[in-house]
Design a protein around this ligand. Structure first.
Ligand code: TYD
Ligand code: MG
Length: 460
């Protein structure tokens, strides 16, 4: 059988070529050619003549006034995993395509297995398609989940990587909810590219989306992301799907955060915290309490009143500053934006007289949580300053975990961030009454003066 024709199209300039080139012959950009199915024009014609013939046959569409558009409310399907339903905006929408991204080993298969199990237990038709594991492996995992997920063993599975077979199965089985694990392992036989290449990933997602929309199947598409978030990854699909969820955390640690990066049916401000246990993922509803209880209150430690979506979350930020043998010295961050550390160190040195100089600086958000918001600046600054001086932070003259939040301006001022009240309330709930924030200290210098004694106790 002859392979359907494919073309290689430059993703920058649109130049198309029959062969693959490392460098686009049109715009000379590197690595931009992506394989796609050759466009077929009705009547067999190709190019301008065919396009003109096709245009005359096409009838114009009829725009409708928005007020006349009918909007029947579709009932959502609840996965019975509270945090997941909340992040989705109140459950799965029939016919929607949800992309669940995350690094390998984070728990995507576990989460989707549990969701399908719950849906199956609620009487929904489900299907789990895996291109990564055999049916036996999936069963073994489901057995671990059975205690928390009643329907874990009732989910029909298909171990398959061929896209046409998967689409045919979807048409035959007509599930209400389907998981494709993962989009990078599926293979469209009419493209020559390897599974996981940009062209393949796009084609697979595009064709699954067609069937999701036409047959009203809610599809959870699992995708791997690398640490950089790039690599032919789910990023190329973000514009296509209805909802992008990101599952993040460190694989070796137990806590994971689920966040919506895009949601056509709800807010992108939602996030949920999970813990990986031996019986699957467990929702963590008291994350603040745990992190505050574990906070050390030692030099270099501070509690950040962060916002995880619309919910406040207290996390401990720790810093270590130690003499370096390297030029330039190390700047290592976990759970925070690396560039913000550089900025905070510069502001600390320039406007608060706290220089890290040639020392190595390590900053870590405890528990494997990732904090992605400007409000974390002040926590980094206080933790580093406390580590540089070797003095624990204190409030009201006594050493205790100190809570803070605020964005750092380049001139050393503290800038306010959203939800100040809710952050303060959350801190107060766990006994942290004196919160250092832009409202209490307008500049970084004042913030430091409030919680950091001038010298180490032994030197005073
Ligand atoms: P998995 O869901 O397979 O990750 P992903 O699909 O994102 O690659 O699970 C990742 C890890 O979780 C795996 O190393 C084993 C561990 N795990 C548990 O600790 N408890 C469990 O109940 C399950 C099912 C997995
Ligand atoms: Mg998996």
């Amino acid at each position: 059988m002859a392979r359907p024709a494919t073309v290689h199209v430059c993703s920058d300039c649109g130049h198309s070529s029959a062969r693959w080139h490392g460098r686009c012959p049109g715009c000379e950009a590197w690595n931009t050619l992506v394989e796609e199915r050759a466009p077929t024009v009705p009547g067999g014609g190709r190019g301008r003549a065919g396009a003109a013939a096709a245009t005359s046959a096409v009838r114009a569409g009829r725009p409708i006034r928005l007020a006349d558009v009918s909007t029947e409310r579709v009932p959502r399907m609840l996965t019975a995993i509270g945090e997941l339903d909340r992040v989705l905006g109140g459950g799965l929408v029939p016919g929607s395509l949800v992309l669940l991204g995350g690094s390998p080993g984070i728990g995507k298969s576990t989460l989707t297995n549990m969701a399908l199990g719950n849906l199956a237990a609620a009487g929904r038709r489900t299907l789990y398609v895996s291109g990564e594991e055999s049916a036996a492996q999936i069963r073994l995992r489901a057995e671990r989940l059975i205690a928390a997920t009643a329907g874990a063993l009732d989910v029909p599975v298909l171990a398959e990587t061929d896209l046409d077979t998967i689409l045919a199965t979807l048409r035959a089985e007509r599930p209400e909810v389907c998981v494709i694990d993962s989009v990078q392992t599926m293979h469209a036989s009419d493209l020559t590219g390897a599974p996981g290449s940009v062209g393949q990933v796009r084609e697979v997602a595009g064709r699954i989306m067609q069937i999701a929309k036409s047959d009203g199947i809610a599809v959870l598409l699992v995708g791997h992301v690398t640490k950089e978030g790039a690599l032919a990854g789910p990023r190329v699909l973000e514009h296509l799907v209805d909802c992008v969820l990101q599952f993040e955390g460190e694989r070796e640690r137990t806590y994971r955060t689920l966040r919506a990066l895009k949601n056509r049916f709800g807010s992108t401000n939602e996030a949920g915290v999970f813990e990986m246990r031996s019986g699957g993922l467990v929702e963590v509803l008291d994350a603040s309490a745990r992190f505050v209880a574990e906070a050390t209150g030692k030099p270099g430690s501070v509690v950040l009143a962060a916002m995880e979506g619309s919910r406040p979350l207290l996390v401990e930020v720790q810093a270590l500053v130690s003499p370096s043998e390297l030029v330039p010295p190390r700047r290592v961050v976990t759970g925070l934006d690396r560039n913000r550390l550089a900025l905070v160190l510069a502001v600390l040195g320039r406007h608060a007289g706290v220089g890290a100089g040639n020392a190595d600086v390590f900053v870590n958000v405890v528990g494997g949580v990732r904090v992605d918001e400007p409000g974390a600046d002040l926590a980094v600054a206080l933790a580093v300053a406390s580590a540089v001086r070797g003095v624990p932070l204190q409030t009201g003259g006594r050493t205790a975990p100190v809570a803070c939040f605020g964005e750092l301006g380049l001139t050393g001022e503290l800038r306010s961030v959203g939800h100040a009240d809710r952050r303060r309330t959350e801190a107060a709930k766990f006994g942290l009454r004196d919160v250092v924030c832009p409202e209490s200290a307008p500049t970084l210098r004042q913030a430091l003066r409030a919680v950091l004694p001038a010298r180490a106790p032994q030197a005073a």
